[in-house]
Design a binder for this molecule. Structure first.
Ligand SMILES: [Zn+2]
Length: 634
C-alpha cells in the first residue's frame, strides 16, 4: 500500500496469540513449491502451518448488497502434515459447516476472541487433502466497506470493496492469514445483475448479463492480496497490458490521468525483470478508500484523490506497480518485516519515475519523502514510540497496522539508496534483479535478506555501512544519503522572499508542479497572519484546489494558523475523502486545541459513516471517539 500515516497510540492490550513454532520434521510433497520450512513464526496469525497449510482456495460467494453480507463456501487444497488438525484465522464470521472433499462433516471449534479474531480449529484425519467451509460475513467483517448509493460518484448504486492488508482478509474469508502463506485461487461470485464484480485476479472487461463472474489467480499470492470490488463499474483500455476500471462518471478522466501506465510497466521491466502478472489494471474506488493505493495483484485498488486532472500525482501508480515485484513477488514473511515490502517499493517507484519523468521529478519525490520521514521520526519519539523507528519491527501483541509508518517506506528507501551509493547503480541493479528472480513467489525475512545482501553484494569485511544501525536501531543513521532537489532550491528562494514581505503575486511560480506547491506550503514559516493567509489564498486559490495533496497541505497550514475562512472547505474535504494519510494529520492538528477538537468532532460525526474501518480505528483514537460515545454504565 502507499503511505500509511503514523498513528500515535499505545500498544494494544489484547493477548498475544502464538502461532506455529517448531521447525517441521516432515519433508513436503514435491509438487508444492512452498515447503513447511518456508513458514516462519507469525505472531499475527493463529494458523499453524507446521500442522497443515493451504495451497489453493476456491471461493463460491454470493454478495447481498442490501443485506450487506457475503455468504458462500470456501474450499481449500491443503498440505496435511498428519498432526490431526488445521487452523484458520477468522474474525467476525459465522462458520456454518466444515466438510471434507467427500461431503463428510468435520469437527471444528472456534477459539477465544482477541484482536486477531477467533482461530478456527478443524480436526482432520491424515487422508484429508481438501476441505470446505460454509460461512457468512457479519457486522465485524472490517475488510468490507459497504457504500450506500449516496456515498458513490454515480449516486445510483451501492458499492462494496475489500481491504485485506494487514490482517483483515480473515474478516471476509476463513483463511490462514499470514503473509508467509501463499496460495492460488479461483472465485465464482454472484452479485446483483446491474453491478460488475472485479477481483485481484483475471478480470473481464465487460459486464455479465446475470451478475455472475468467474476469476482465477494462478500465481501464488499471500492472502492479504485477495481483493474484491462490486459496483457500477466500467473499463477503459490504456495500453497493451494496462487499463482502468472506475465508476462511469470517472472512468474517462481516470484513463486520461493514467495514460503513462504502459510506459511505467515497460520502464519497470527494463529495471528489474519481467512483469509476471499478465495484466496491470487499476480500479479507482469511491473516495472512502482508506489508502492511496493497494497493490492487489493484476488490479491495483486506488483512491480517486490521485486524479488531479494533470497527471501530477501518478507517482502512486508507479508505487503500486513496483509492488508487483517488491511485496507481491517477494513478500515480507511477517509484518515485522514490512520494510522489505515498502522500502524496496519506494526505491523502485522513484527509479520508475526517474525513467519516465526525469531526474528532477524523482529528486523532488525523494525530498518530500524525507520531509515526511523526519516528521514521523520526531512524532514517534515524542510519543515514546521510538522502537517503531527501527526497520525490523516488533509488532507482537498489537495490531500490525499501528506500527506500519513512514519509517518502513522512507527509512527503508534511504537505506537502499545508501547501498546503491556504496556499490554503484549498475551493480546494485543487478543485485536487485537477482533478488527478485531468486526469491520470486517466496516470502522473505529481514534476517534472510541481510544474509543475502552480505553474500551477494557487499564486502563482508566492510563495516563502514553500519548495517545493524540501519536495521535494528532507532532513528536515521548519520550516514543517510543527503537528498536535494534543484527545483526545490528555487521554491526555497520564493519562500524567503514571501516571508520578507514580497507580495505573493510577484513570486516566480508560473512553471511549478504539484510537488513544488507542496514544498512551498510545507516550508512556510509559523505564525502567519490571517491577512497574509488570505493573500496567499486569493493569489493561488489553495482552498479551492482540485489537487488533493495541495489542498491537504494548505489545510494543515490553515489549522496551524487558525485561518478559519478555509474551514468550510476543510470540512467538505474531510467528509468527502476517507484516505487516512490525509485524515490523521488534519484531525490530529485540529484536536490539539479545545476549539479545534469541537470542530473536529462535529465534522467527524458527519464524516465517520463515509470512512473504512482502517480509518475509523485510527481517528476514533485521535478524537477519543469511543470513550465519548460509550453509554455511561452505572
Ligand atoms: Zn506500498
Amino acid at each position: 500500500m502507499i503511505q500509511v500515516k503514523m498513528k500515535l497510540m499505545t500498544a494494544g492490550t489484547a493477548v498475544l496469540l502464538t502461532a506455529c513454532t517448531p521447525e517441521p520434521e516432515r519433508a513436503d510433497k514435491a509438487a508444492d513449491v512452498q515447503t513447511p520450512s518456508d513458514h516462519v513464526l507469525d505472531t499475527h496469525s493463529a494458523s499453524t502451518p507446521d500442522e497443515a497449510y493451504i495451497t489453493h482456495l476456491d471461493l463460491d460467494l454470493s454478495v447481498d448488497m442490501s443485506g450487506r453480507t457475503i455468504s458462500g463456501k470456501a474450499s481449500y487444497d491443503i498440505v496435511n502434515l498428519g498432526r490431526g488438525r488445521i487452523v484458520f484465522d477468522t474474525r467476525g464470521l459465522s462458520i456454518l459447516e466444515v466438510k471434507d472433499a467427500h461431503g463428510k462433516l468435520l469437527k471444528h471449534t472456534l477459539g477465544d476472541s482477541t484482536f486477531l479474531g477467533r482461530p478456527l480449529m478443524v480436526e482432520i484425519g491424515p487422508e484429508v487433502e481438501r476441505l470446505s467451509i460454509a460461512y457468512r460475513t457479519g457486522a465485524e467483517s472490517d475488510a468490507l466497506q459497504w457504500l450506500s448509493p449516496q456515498q458513490t460518484g454515480g449516486k445510483e448504486h451501492p458499492f462494496l470493496f475489500t481491504q485485506g492488508q494487514a490482517i483483515l482478509t480473515r474478516t471476509w474469508i476463513p483463511i490462514q492469514d499470514s503473509p508467509g502463506i501463499r496460495i492460488t485461487y479461483t472465485a465464482h461470485v454472484q452479485a446483483p445483475s446491474e453491478l460488475m464484480v472485479v477481483m485481484s485476479a483475471t478480470n473481464t472487461t465487460t459486464r455479465s448479463a446475470n451478475g455472475e463472474y468467474n476469476f482465477r489467480m494462478e500465481q501464488r499470492i499471500p492472502p492479504y492480496l485477495i481483493a474484491l470490488a462490486v459496483g457500477d463499474i466500467e473499463y477503459r483500455n490504456i495500453g497493451a497490458r494496462t487499463g482502468v476500471y472506475a465508476e462511469p462518471n470517472l472512468v474517462d478522466k481516470a484513463a486520461k490521468e493514467f495514460e503513462d501506465m504502459e510506459r511505467m510497466v515497460v520502464a519497470a521491466e527494463e529495471l528489474y525483470g519481467p512483469y509476471r502478472w499478465e495484466r496491470y489494471d487499476v480500479i479507482v474506488l469511491p473516495p472512502s478508500f482508506p489508502f492511496g493505493g493497494m497493490e492487489n495483484p493484476m488490479l491495483t485498488f486506488a483512491t480517486p484523490t490521485i486524479i488531479a486532472g494533470d497527471g501530477s500525482l501518478t507517482a502512486l501508480i508507479a508505487h503500486e506497480l513496483a509492488h508487483s515485484w517488491s511485496g507481491n513477488l517477494v513478500t515480507n514473511a511477517t509484518w515485522d518485516d514490512f520494510w522489505l515490502n515498502e522500502g524496496f517499493t519506494v526505491y523502485f517507484e522513484k527509479r520508475i519515475c526517474e525513467k519516465v519523468y526525469g531526474k528532477d521529478y524523482a529528486e523532488m519525490l525523494a525530498v518530500l519523502g524525507r520531509q515526511e520521514l523526519t516528521r514521523t521520526l520526531h512524532d514517534l519519539k515524542e510519543a515514546g514510540q521510538d522502537a517503531d523507528t527501527r526497520l525490523k519491527l516488533d509488532l507482537a501483541g498489537r495490531n500490525p497496522d499501528d506500527g506500519m509508518t513512514d519509517v518502513a517506506y522512507e527509512k527503508g528507501y534511504a537505506f537502499l539508496t545508501l547501498l546503491e551509493a556504496a556499490t554503484g547503480r549498475e551493480k546494485f541493479d543487478a543485485f536487485l534483479r537477482g533478488y527478485f528472480e531468486t526469491f520470486a513467489f517466496k516470502s522473505m525475512t529481514t534476517e534472510k535478506f541481510m544474509a543475502y545482501l552480505k553474500q551477494e553484494l557487499l564486502d563482508p569485511a566492510d563495516v563502514t555501512l553500519d548495517l545493524d544501525a540501519w536495521v535494528y536501531q532507532t532513528g536515521l543513521p548519520a550516514n543517510a544519503p543527503v537528498v536535494a532537489s534543484r527545483r526545490f532550491a528555487l521554491v526555497d528562494t520564493a519562500i524567503v522572499r514571501w516571508s520578507s514581505g514580497v507580495p505573493a503575486k510577484e513570486l516566480a511560480t508560473a512553471d511549478w508542479t504539484a510537488f513544488e506547491w507542496m514544498h512551498f506550503l510545507r516550508g512556510l514559516p509559523a505564525g502567519i497572519t490571517t491577512q497574509r493567509m488570505a493573500e496567499l489564498d486569493k493569489t493561488f486559490g489553495f482552498t479551492a484546489s482540485g489537487n488533493s495533496e495541495i489542498a491537504f497541505t494548505w489545510f494543515e497550514r490553515c489549522i496551524a494558523n487558525h485561518y478559519e475562512h478555509a474551514y468550510p472547505a476543510l470540512a467538505e474535504f474531510l467528509i468527502h475523502v476517507g484516505r487516512r494519510k490525509f485524515l490523521t494529520p488534519l484531525y490530529t492538528a485540529l484536536a490539539s486545541t479545545e476549539n479545534g477538537m469541537l470542530v473536529a468532532r462535529t465534522i467527524y460525526k458527519q464524516a465517520r459513516p463515509n470512512y473504512h474501518s482502517v480509518s475509523t480505528r485510527t481517528i476514533d483514537e485521535v478524537l477519543g471517539w469511543q470513550k465519548m460515545t460509550e453509554p455511561v454504565t452505572m
